[in-house]
Write a protein that binds this ligand. Structure first.
Ligand code: NAD
Length: 262
């Protein structure tokens, strides 16, 4: 029960990683606010029971985010943990084919939504003497991914926002960290849905040393750690949870490296 008596607000809790966080946090003793734009957050809450409440939120809307935090305070008295997890991919394409509308759409949710979350989450946590914020960014905000210009730029900005928020609030006992998922099998990535973990010996995702898709509970486990007291001396970190993807190039084994034997 690592989150006993804690109150956690999770955005994007209707599916994927956010749903996994809500289930795992509740199992660890937290009361959880499941916030999403989809309506699916109600099903998540129905399964968890009395320890959860659903809130409809568009994280790109400042008034919605402010209301989300107010609902948490009204229902459970405080906010100890905030997971700014809601996000979406947007169209992937070379930059010259992208539109200004798509830039605004992706950045209003994936970046501005995190700014609103931090702002109102912090205002609440300052009243109760501290807390933990965990932002979901992306490996594509750590290293460059082809055709991910708009999405990757938003996620890289969230990484920087995470570090600066960690500095701003370290002396207020608010820790701010981020998780940078690699390729995780959720609704965001419909490809290979039928077979998320390739059989041994096949390599459906070259460049991933652990040679398979990640799954949502592996992200939730990292969020649980960063949100819990176990991470009490960790702030401002961007934690890759990516099967080793961000370490570097792993596409060639020694046998194919082309390097001559000594
Ligand atoms: N799946 C991956 O491979 C991957 C990799 C790196 C980062 N991410 C990031 O992880 C986070 C979670 O994604 P996921 O893979 O679980 O996808 P998902 O689609 O299963 O879940 C995302 C949730 O966010 C909600 N959402 C979207 N826009 C919203 C808005 N404006 N307001 C409120 N809720 C909104 C959706 O309704 C959905 O329930 C996202 O921030 C995503 O960018 C995902």
């Amino acid at each position: 029960m690592r989150l006993q008596n804690k109150v956690a607000v999770i955005t994007g809790a209707g599916s994927g990683m956010g749903k996994a966080m809500a289930d795992m946090f509740a199992a660890e003793g937290a009361r959880v606010i499941c916030a999403d734009i989809s309506g699916q957050e109600k099903e998540v809450v129905a399964k968890i029971g009395d320890a959860a409440r659903a809130v409809h939120v568009d994280v790109a809307c400042e008034a919605d985010v402010q209301n989300m935090i107010a609902v948490a305070e009204k229902a459970f008295g405080r906010v100890d943990i905030l997971c700014n997890n809601a996000g979406f991919g947007g169209g992937m394409a070379p930059i010259h084919e992208q539109t200004t509308e798509n830039w605004d759409r992706v950045h209003s949710v994936n970046l501005k939504g995190v700014f609103f979350g931090i702002k109102y989450g912090v205002i609440s946590m300052l009243k109760t003497g501290g807390g933990a914020i965990v932002n979901t960014t992306s490996a594509s905000g750590v290293v460059g991914w082809k055709h991910h210009g708009i999405y990757g730029a938003a996620k890289a900005a969230v990484n920087q926002l995470t570090k600066i928020a960690a500095l701003d609030y370290a002396d207020s006992r608010i820790r701010v960290n981020a998780i940078a998922p690699g390729t995780i099998w959720t609704g965001l990535v419909p490809a290979s849905r039928e077979n998320p973990i390739p059989p041994p010996g096949t390599r459906r995702l070259p460049g991933i040393p652990i040679d398979r898709w990640g799954v949502a509970r592996e992200i939730a486990a990292a969020a649980l750690f960063l949100a819990s007291e176990e991470a009490s001396y960790i702030t401002g970190t961007i934690l890759p949870v990516d099967g080793g993807y961000c370490i570097g190039f792993s596409g060639m084994g020694a046998e194919h490296s082309g390097m001559p034997d000594a």
